[in-house]
Design a protein around this ligand. Structure first.
Ligand code: NDP
Length: 377
């Protein structure tokens, strides 16, 4: 989607965006998904199978209890005891519980519309392709895949299967974030000049998959720095055309080759706006977006945590009420998958792919020390 398209449709879409959810009885009509997005399922609940029952899936499952348009309808896990416990807890019948060997059978499960992949990053590509081939919509956690090549494979597989691919970009539905985007579109900041994104935390247990290159595909950039990559795009409202980056490593024991500890990167946009970002696994208290334009500024801090997201602009405090991100995200994704609704900020596979192309270029820039040109369309 071009920025012109975004701009044209912005106000219209915002009215029906993340914060406005139809007040329907939760599961009154359990119609199937609508791959063509014809809108024929308006009002139905999206029946979601969660894949990978770890810590984030637990947060999503709890949040989905409050959804008006989505519910947990299936489970996919490598741990039989979790299938049993989560099945009981979330009312998922045994017939809709699967493991990683047999989940292709969801093809014949008429009670599942979509699979939400919440496993370690390196598993996303192959799992998404299998889900697509089973004829179910794919919702995949960030980062969508390990690199742009893998991401493209996922986009292609979903297109071939006639299913949709969405990425778990919960901030795209967050009310204060959307308010900043609305203000930018309304011209409140004037011409955008600069964005700063600071994203990081001090990572603990050295044995976890996030510090294993094979499962994580990298380090902080794949996990937390991606919020600055993605945020730079939706805050500035343009696609970057170049990137430069520098990597520093203070703990080579914890952060092995290929697992980035701290990266600073800079992005350039067609309008002349620039961004300066920090991604790290070695510092706490870093969750801040700042943007300035010729006529004003916006600041979000925290900017991407689970909330409440707080912030202010040159016009005062941002005061949109907090909503549980994952509840809104899943209700909105039901609208996208079942009704063909278009979100204010895209959450589709192409959106995930753009971030992966930038991440590939950031790693290349770290390796070469030179500027990388980007062609994101
Ligand atoms: P966890 O380690 O807590 O859970 C991952 C789960 O994946 C495991 O519990 C396990 O579930 C399953 N799994 C399958 N194979 C493996 C393997 N080889 N090693 C480890 N786990 C495996 O991770 P998170 O839940 O924190 O993260 C999962 C994904 O969600 C990541 O892509 C991450 O980036 C993303 N995420 C997104 C967030 C957001 O705000 N959008 C926040 C946190 C994470 P089982 O036993 O059921 O098979």
């Amino acid at each position: 989607m071009t920025m012109d398209h975004l701009r044209r449709n912005f106000l219209q879409k915002l009215v029906a965006s993340a914060v406005v959810v139809p007040m329907l009885s939760p599961y009154r009509a359990l119609a199937g998904a609508d791959p063509a997005g014809t809108g024929s399922n308006r009002g139905a609940a999206l029946r979601v199978a969660l894949m990978g029952l770890g810590s984030y899936a637990a947060r999503v499952a709890e949040a989905m209890r409050s959804c008006k348009r989505a519910r947990v309808a299936g489970l996919i896990s490598g741990t039989p005891s979790k299938l049993q416990a989560w099945g009981t807890k979330f009312g998922v019948p045994e017939k809709s519980r699967y493991n990683y060997e047999n989940f292709d059978r969801i093809k014949d499960d008429p009670d599942i519309d979509a699979v939400y992949i919440i496993t370690p990053n390196a598993l996303h590509r192959d799992q998404a392709i299998r889900v697509a081939r089973a004829g179910k919509h794919v919702i995949c956690e960030k980062p969508m895949a390990l690199n742009a090549k893998e991401g493209q494979d996922m986009v292609d597989a979903c297109a071939d299967a006639g299913v949709k691919l969405l990425v778990g970009y919960r901030m795209h539905f967050e009310p204060n974030t959307l308010e900043v985007i609305r203000m930018r579109e309304a011209g409140d900041f004037g011409k955008i000049l600069f964005f700063q994104g600071l994203c990081g935390f001090r990572i603990g247990d050295p044995g976890q998959w996030r510090l294993d290159k094979a499962l994580a595909g990298g380090g902080a950039l794949m996990d937390i720095g991606i919020y600055a990559v993605n945020g730079a795009r939706y805050m500035v409202g343009e696609e970057p055309t170049w990137v430069t980056a520098q990597q520093t490593r203070t703990d080579p024991v914890k952060f092995k080759e290929g697992v980035d500890e701290t990266i600073q990167f800079q992005l350039g946009f067609p309008s002349g706006a620039v961004a300066s970002c920090l991604s790290t696994y070695q510092m706490n208290h870093l969750d801040r977006f700042f943007m300035t334009g010729e006529q004003g500024f916006a600041e979000l801090q925290p900017a991407t945590g689970y909330g409440p997201i707080r912030g202010r602009t040159h016009k005062g405090e941002l005061a949109r009420p907090h909503t549980t991100h994952q509840t809104v995200q899943m209700d909105e994704m039901a609208g996208i998958l079942l009704d063909g609704k278009t979100p204010v900020v895209p959450v589709d596979g192409e959106e995930g792919l753009k971030d992966l192309k930038i991440i590939d270029a950031i790693y290349a820039a770290c390796d070469t020390g030179g500027r990388q040109d980007l062609r994101l369309g």
